[in-house]
Design a protein around this ligand. Sequence first.
Ligand SMILES: NC(=O)c1ccc[n+]([C@@H]2O[C@H](COP(=O)([O-])OP(=O)(O)OC[C@H]3O[C@@H](n4cnc5c(N)ncnc54)[C@H](OP(=O)(O)O)[C@@H]3O)[C@@H](O)[C@H]2O)c1
Length: 337
Amino acid sequence: MRVFELRDGFGLDRLRRVERPEPTPGPGQALVRVHACSLNYRDQMVVRGEYNPRQPLPLVPLSDGVGKVVELGAGVDRVQVGDRVAGIFAQRWLGGSLDAIGRASTLGSPLDGMLTEYAALGAEGLVRIPEYLTDEQAACLPCAAVTAWNALMEGGARTGETILVQGTGGVSIFALQLAVCAGCRVIITSSSDSKLQRALDLGAAEGIHYRDTPRWDKRVLELTAGRGADHVVEVGGAKTITQSLAAVRIGGAVHVIGVLSGAAAELPLTSILMKGLRLRGIFVGSREMFESLLRSLDVHRLQPVVDRVFDFEDTPAAFEYLQAGGHFGKIAIRIAS
Ligand SMILES: NC(=O)c1ccc[n+]([C@@H]2O[C@H](COP(=O)([O-])OP(=O)(O)OC[C@H]3O[C@@H](n4cnc5c(N)ncnc54)[C@H](OP(=O)(O)O)[C@@H]3O)[C@@H](O)[C@H]2O)c1
């Protein structure tokens, strides 16, 4: 079978298309013929060796993939041959709060990921995909959509509240769409006017160009009559967190998700305690959260935004496209259909 792997070191130039024997599903496992994958910012960090420089190689990258179950190992009754399934991000985080076992069980590092024609995965680490989604759309869900769901819906966002969403990448566009479905008002930031327009078309109420309006936190306060946003989907990291804390209302929540501008930040602790803020660290989410998300998507017939689909053989070009940052929503890879 065809696989992309990092073998001799990190870097996109070390990502090689190789042949491996097709795996046989062991007890409790299902063999999945992978139809489509999607890229996350994390996958780029993994390939560059920035996510875990001590990651043992070889490694098959990518956390997110969707396909059909083609064979079952002994003792599997959770899925059947022919089911269309996705692997969950943390294979052993099924529900409840995150623990060390769950955190160490993530696909695409440290475990082999989904950039392969066939993957043998524990059946407990699979969820069934609603019929209405295409393979490419469904492949966008395991990391970005579950993260957005965990932040907002598990984080208590309610109808009528204001959600501040940063940027227009994978997590942020899912956060926008889920918030709109939940009847929230969304303020979104971007470095691009045309992306802001696309976000407005998806239901955002207001857009702020964060380069033209570097004090976007003040603009958020203006747009909320001085009150602030109820929830902030914080993906920017070191260079955005202080403004996020200023833009959120007293008693509001900042969902700490990304470190796009770095991870080392000084926090205004007095402001955090005087405002009674909730800072929630988000680590994607559990299978239980993924299943709640899937039920909601099915009800709302939410259409994940796939910016572009690359063929499997063009995977390095897909990574270059992600790195260039011109995308809106998600980037997918088609492997088979
Ligand atoms: N904690 C978790 O569980 C978890 C899960 C998923 C992702 N993440 C993290 O969340 C971040 C986003 O991931 P992703 O996969 O959605 O990335 P992505 O699809 O590559 O999106 C990146 C987008 O973020 C925006 N951006 C970049 N720098 C920004 C800044 N300084 N301020 C505001 N927006 C900025 C840009 O939007 P514009 O082009 O519109 O400016 C860019 O296109 C990454 O740091 C990733 O590692 C964490």
